[in-house]
Design a protein around this ligand. Structure first.
Ligand SMILES: Cc1ncc(COP(=O)(O)O)c(C=O)c1O
Length: 406
């Protein structure tokens, strides 16, 4: 048996396979960014507008507000809800979501003034268990935030029927789910707000960035202003007005500052041009993993729902353990073999020190599925341009490590 690299043996790869490495040189990224830099305007302007237009076509929803991140997009969505309720924030309200998410989801809820109320996930899909939502609804509940973990859409039909029954808003955390469909409907075109991330490791990136797709046109118009201090006109609009007159921007809504700029949008435009090609290539990698890994008895491969199109952002395997230390040991051994992996998400948000204290969490064992998945998943490298050899190396390393450590 080959000695594991972590114990001094030969690694499977000498040049490590980096997790979530973006690809920014095959398309027009450098050209478009250079054009913006030479144009004399790098702030929010015509290129951001074009990116929003193209994103709107892709998402089948013309109401797109680009933002600095998904985190700020979530907060902006909550501010739009507050505006609809005649308030400036959601102080005193509750928002239902899961603790199995990145801290950003919960951070944005708390920053909006609302209290996060947790519902456990389904063990197989890693998404909110919609059967558990209704019993958490109170008179203070204002919204439900499903997180489409790894790119697999949550059960939106059930969730939206609940939100309709209780007149709640739905804000989809679709940070992972740009390419996803739910029952032939594009994620981004279905519920009140859908929030995407273009962070460096996402399926398309702008370095940092995000977007909110808004269903209601009037709310979209208001949200767009709120993303830039609630002002009537942007700096670009004022500088380029046809009448060449001095205009004073007036704040008509309480906003904040979370708009995208033209440098980021230029990268986004180029990234979006090849999204279908990248998606196809991710699927090839995904299918290779499925074929090879379904034979390994000590792991579970990701669940796919027939009625959804998975965005294939993360390929998460589950180990047969409930001990995060065991999982970390395996991830560490893989790293020594030259295979970098991701862990999404440890611990579940309610067990992070800050949230535990702030939310007065008394039981360590609530939300058992969130805890189990948090303890036993590893995300394997998944980028469009992994070669068949790269994928084989991951599988070889996984077999080598699991044979000796599981
Ligand atoms: C589920 C989820 N929501 C929100 C975010 C926040 O995204 P951003 O970094 O664009 O703010 C992330 C980031 O990875 C995420 O995984």
């Amino acid at each position: 048996m080959n000695k594991l690299a972590i114990f001094g043996g030969e690694p499977i790869r000498k040049d490590p396979l980096i997790f979530g490495k973006p690809d920014l040189t095959r398309g027009h990224e450098i050209e478009y960014v250079t054009n913006v830099l030479k144009s004399g305007w790098i702030g929010n302007g015509p290129v951001t507008e074009k990116f929003e237009l193209e994103l709107g076509k892709y998402l089948n929803n013309p109401h797109i507000i680009t933002t600095t991140s998904a985190t700020s997009g979530l907060l902006l969505s909550f501010y739009m809800i507050a505006h609809r309720l005649g308030k400036v924030n959601l102080d005193g309200y509750e928002i239902i979501t899961t603790p199995y998410t990145f801290v950003a989801t919960i951070e944005a809820i708390i920053r909006s003034g609302a209290k996060p109320v947790f519902v456990d996930i389904d063990y197989n899909t890693h998404n909110i268990d919609t059967n558990l939502i209704e019993k958490k609804i109170t008179a203070k509940t204002v919204a439900i935030v499903p997180v489409h973990v790894a790119g697999l859409p949550a059960e939106l039909d059930h969730l939206i029927s609940i939100s309709n029954k209780y007149k709640l808003f739905v804000v989809e955390d679709a940070a992972h789910a740009l390419e996803a469909y739910y029952k032939n409907r594009k994620i981004g075109s279905i519920s009140d707000f859908t929030v995407f991330s273009f962070y460096a490791n996402k399926n398309i990136t702008t370095g940092e960035g995000g977007a909110v797709a808004v269903k209601d046109k009037s709310l979209y118009r208001i949200g767009k202003k709120m993303s830039m201090h609630g002002m009537t006109k942007t700096a670009y609009q004022r500088l380029h007005n046809k009448e060449s007159i001095i205009e004073h921007p007036l704040t008509t809504y309480l906003g904040y500052k979370c708009n995208m700029n033209d440098i980021e949008a230029a990268i986004g435009l180029a990234q979006l041009e090849s999204i279908d090609e990248k998606s196809h290539k991710r699927k090839l990698v995904w299918d290779r993993y499925n074929k090879q890994l379904s034979r390994i008895k000590t792991i579970e491969i990701p669940t796919i729902n027939r009625h959804t199109k998975h965005a294939m952002h993360l390929y998460q395997i589950k180990l047969k353990t409930n001990d995060s230390r065991k999982r970390d040991q395996i991830a560490n051994a893989l790293k020594h073999e030259g295979i970098h992996t991701g862990i999404h998400y440890y611990p579940p948000v309610h067990l992070h020190p800050f949230f535990k204290k702030y939310l007065k969490v008394t039981s360590e064992s609530s939300f058992p599925n969130s805890i189990a998945v948090s303890n036993n998943t590893i995300s394997l490298p998944l980028t469009p341009y992994l070669t068949a050899n790269d994928v084989n190396d991951v599988i070889k390393a996984l077999n080598k490590v699991l044979d000796q450590l599981s």
